[in-house]
Design a protein around this ligand. Structure first.
Ligand SMILES: NC(=O)c1ccc[n+]([C@@H]2O[C@H](COP(=O)([O-])OP(=O)(O)OC[C@H]3O[C@@H](n4cnc5c(N)ncnc54)[C@H](O)[C@@H]3O)[C@@H](O)[C@H]2O)c1
Ligand SMILES: O=c1ccn([C@@H]2O[C@H](COP(=O)(O)OP(=O)(O)O[C@H]3O[C@H](CO)[C@@H](O)[C@H](O)[C@H]3O)[C@@H](O)[C@H]2O)c(=O)[nH]1
Length: 423
């Protein structure tokens, strides 16, 4: 199939490269020339394991461009993969979705054949029908279901393991009330043997929000219980290992520590809270607590640090890990951000190491000293572990004060003085 993918960030680049690997011809579209140049030289525009290899292997079937109109006209299906960030009040900013759907509409003015538009970006329920479809109808003069169709196909990939998640999805959610589009999308995903769940667009959109909200809830719940377990000298991991044996509960996403970051959980939980309240007058009490626990968790690590280093003014603090999780260079909503902010406010001198995320972090915090080798960070008054990169398991923490936000076994075994946030 000929497919245009609009937005070459984490979701667009993965979707384009993986669909090319399945034999489709892909045109990736972005407004960012650097990303286009990277893709056209078969280099990944983001750090994601396996993506470079896929771009190289399928380079004859992948092209990147700024020209959305031609990309849409030369394809049968367009995937919308642009960002849906938070506004200052936490509600969803649909600015990119608005402008891309209008541009697709303009392009379709000159197209005679049927076109399927797939919304992969995470959007509040109702957005595909009320904004995307209506903008396209308005700008193109064409009719939904007759000239074009809409599918909501939310993405569930996790950064760091995104290629594997694409090819080995637990399920594919497909929301559409359009017969031709359903046929197109069924054909596109025909080689996947996971469950394909067909529903309407707004239900599909809600499934994405509820999945992220539930996983975030599990993490905040594990953190709340972990905080209590620490006070009673119970290892919270042992507790959740036991709890997770109940098939109704499941052991995943019970790792307690300094909380969840990333471009999705904080943003999507806030968007659900705000959308529920502003549009429907519903107060999401549980989800508000999920955010409150998550905001508190990184600051607990500072409180533990101050037990060992009471005066942080002028203290040398080493930080291991800046990315919001391992195997990514992404620092969006990383728990390292509030921790570094507070340490700097208290006058600490910070050295930090992260093999992938240091450059991104430097843009936010130029006053931090960034080390080339992780062992250089150890030469500090105390070491904080904020991301569970595998290489941190290979270090010797003997004689060091370590405050661990992510439970690195080697630190538990070798540190001179050791504190875990929730254990
Ligand atoms: N990152 C993830 O792990 C993940 C996983 C599942 C779902 N999502 C959702 O997918 C969407 C995209 O997320 P992302 O992390 O890939 O975002 P991103 O910010 O990494 O990438 C978005 C891209 O869209 C481009 N763009 C913006 N306006 C454009 C326009 N008019 N035309 C063409 N390109 C344009 C930007 O330049 C950018 O490269 C969001 O809704 C997000 O919530 C993200
Ligand atoms: O038990 C756990 C699991 C995760 N985390 C933290 O939670 C955050 C998110 O982790 P993860 O879910 O692995 O990464 P993301 O790439 O943000 O993926 C989430 O967000 C994506 C965007 O919507 C979805 O597609 C994925 O299904 C969903 O897992 C990270 O800061 C993790 O450190 C914990 O603290 N404890």
């Amino acid at each position: 199939m000929k497919i245009s993918v609009i937005g070459c960030g984490y979701v667009g680049a993965i979707t384009g490269a993986c669909l090319a690997d399945l034999g489709n011809e892909i045109t990736l579209v972005d407004v960012d020339q650097t990303k286009i140049d990277a893709i056209n030289t078969s280099c990944s525009p983001i750090f994601e394991p396996g993506l470079d290899e896929l771009l190289q292997k399928n380079h004859q079937r992948i092209i990147a461009t700024k020209d959305l109109k031609t990309a849409v006209l030369n394809s049968n299906i367009s995937f919308i993969c642009v960002g849906t960030p938070s506004k200052d009040d936490g509600s969803i900013d649909l600015g990119y979705i608005e402008s891309v759907s209008k541009e697709i509409g303009c392009a379709l003015r000159n197209k005679d054949s049927f076109h399927t538009v797939v919304v992969k970006s995470t959007v509040f329920p109702g957005t595909s029908d009320n904004i995307v479809a209506q903008n396209i109808e308005r700008e193109s003069g064409k009719k939904l279901h007759t000239d074009f169709g809409i599918v909501s196909n939310p993405e569930f990939l996790r950064e760091g393991v995104a290629v594997d998640d694409f090819f080995n999805a637990d399920r594919i959610i497909l929301g559409t009330s359009d017969t031709k589009s359903r046929q197109n999308i069924e054909e596109l995903y025909s080689s996947f043997d996971c469950p394909k769940y067909f529903t309407d667009t707004k239900t599909a959109e809600m499934i994405k929000y509820v999945s992220n909200a539930f996983l975030a809830t599990k993490i905040s719940f594990a953190n709340e219980i972990g905080n209590l377990c620490k006070k009673i000298s119970i290892d919270s991991r042992d507790v959740f290992d036991g709890v997770g044996l109940d098939k109704r509960i499941n052991p995943a996403f019970f790792n307690s520590g300094i909380g969840f970051g990333g471009s999705c959980f904080p943003k999507d939980v806030m968007a659900l809270i705000k959308g529920a309240e502003d549009q429907f007058g519903e107060h999401a009490h549980i989800l508000k607590s999920v955010i409150a626990v998550n905001n508190e968790q990184p600051l607990r690590l500072i409180t533990l640090l101050e037990k060992h280093v009471p005066n942080l003014k002028g203290a040398k603090i080493g930080i291991l890990g800046l990315a919001f999780k391992p195997e990514t260079d992404d620092i969006r909503e990383s728990r390292a951000i509030p921790i570094v902010k507070q340490l700097l406010d208290k006058g600490a001198e910070i050295t930090a190491y992260d093999a992938q995320a240091a450059n991104n972090f430097r843009e936010l915090f130029p006053s931090v000293t960034y080390c080339e080798r992780c062992r250089d960070v150890l030469n500090s008054d105390a070491v904080l572990i904020l991301t569970e990169w595998q290489e941190f398991e290979n270090m010797d923490y003997s004689g060091r004060i370590v405050i661990d936000g992510r439970r690195i076994q080697k630190a538990i075994e070798t540190a001179g003085q050791y504190e875990g946030v929730c254990w």
